[in-house]
Design a protein around this ligand. Structure first.
Ligand code: NAD
Length: 351
């Protein structure tokens, strides 16, 4: 493998994250650097570790780095439930207006799971709905609380358009819009109406809509029925974890968060790539975490910046390592640690 010249390297902000984050980030960076990735990693803090080191879960230097690079690979960040600081993940998505969360779920040969024919993409609206952050107690005694879901025509149009364009670009046949418009007639009704209007412009892609509860049931009974799903923030959050469960669990699921605008001098919109799973505090620091989710997210990043050759090598390495029981990690029933798995990825990627 020839060493890339410094000027050919693409700068990427690297947030290692909390819990197992530093372990899986180190494994992913080692794999990409070894197999010929043309990336200059810029390490920046965020999350609990950043509170300790910088007094802020999202330091300004981190925002500046992502603003400049328009690209980040992010490990998981711990978010306190109930009180404490607001989710840094949500804050980053909103700050950079990363409106489309794209989560592929595809059966991986060798990874133990209940299905062998899942191949679907969930496109989740990432900035609105109940995650808009409009929440309050109605009185000082906290006798009740309210959260407000915000759905806009603009927000709906851009994410549904993204789903149709994604389907077209990747040879997908069907877009299914998921909602609860029978009960939430205005918010979800607006999202559905926009979807039906846009579908007329994409006659080459089949379109249907489905109520979210029926969708959850059908995804379990016949997941092969789905191709591209587009939905709002909360339903997308839940259904994409369900989809991860269909293909072997959170440890293997990648995701990207794609922005709306392209900065001057860049060929791609701002984007942050991250594994779907969290910080796995129960196994943090033990060297046994499965880096597959972050590696496959990094492969999506490499596609995004047109380093498709490296993305393909990385995926080939990951799939080969997962196919061999000797190199699988504990969450997939194996005995390999993070280092052994990564060694297997690199060896297979270079074959
Ligand atoms: P989790 O995903 O961290 O862990 C759930 C289970 O899956 C645990 O048993 C864990 O050991 C296992 N697991 C997860 N990823 C794994 C991996 N790569 N390899 C092996 N095993 C893995 O979910 P949680 O316990 O509900 O959340 C822990 C923390 O993570 C919370 O603070 C939560 O807010 C945060 N979180 C962050 C993100 C993110 O940054 N995108 C996403 C989800 C949860």
């Amino acid at each position: 493998m020839t060493t890339p010249s410094p000027s050919s390297l693409v700068p990427v902000s690297l947030i290692e994250g909390d819990g197992i984050g530093p372990e899986i980030a180190a494994a992913t960076v080692r794999a990409i650097d070894t197999i010929g990735g043309r990336i200059r990693w810029e390490r920046v803090p965020a999350g609990m570790n950043a509170i300790t080191t910088a007094g802020d879960p999202v330091p300004k230097a981190t925002l500046d780095s992502i603003e400049t690079n328009q690209l980040a690979l992010k490990g998981p960040l711990a978010t306190p439930s109930g009180g404490g600081h607001r989710s840094v993940n949500v804050a980053l998505r909103q700050h950079f207006d990363l409106y489309a969360n794209v989560r592929p779920a595809k059966t991986i040969p060798g990874v133990p799971c209940r299905y062998d024919n899942v191949d679907l993409i969930i496109v989740r609206e990432n900035t609105e709905d109940l995650y808009a952050g409009i929440e309050h107690y109605i009185d000082s005694r906290r006798s009740a609380a309210e959260s407000i879901a915000v759905i806009t025509r603009h927000g709906s149009e851009r994410v549904i358009t993204y789903a149709f364009e994604y389907a077209r670009k990747h040879g997908r046949k069907r877009v299914t819009l998921v909602h609860k418009a029978n009960i939430l007639k205005m918010t979800n009704g607006l999202f559905l109406d926009v979807g039906k209007e846009l579908a007329k412009k994409y006659a080459d892609i089949a379109f249907d809509d489905m109520i979210v509860d029926a969708t959850a049931m059908k995804m379990v009974v016949s997941p092969e029925r789905f191709d591209v799903i587009v939905t709002m923030n909360l339903f997308g959050d839940i259904l994409s974890d369900l989809a991860a469960g269909l293909v072997g669990g959170l440890g293997v699921a990648p995701a990207s968060n794609i922005g709306a605008s392209i900065a001057p001098g860049r060929d791609w919109p701002c984007a942050i790539f991250e594994a779907v799973h969290g910080t796995a505090p129960d196994i943090a620091g033990k060297g046994i975490a499965n880096p597959t989710g972050l590696m496959l997210s990094a492969a999506m990043l490499l596609d995004h910046i047109d380093q498709r050759d490296v993305a393909e090598r990385l995926r080939k390495g990951v799939f080969a390592a997962l196919a061999d029981p000797a190199s699988r990690t504990g969450d997939l029933g194996g005995t390999a640690n993070t280092q052994k798995f990564t060694d297997a990825v690199i060896a297979a990627a270079q074959r």
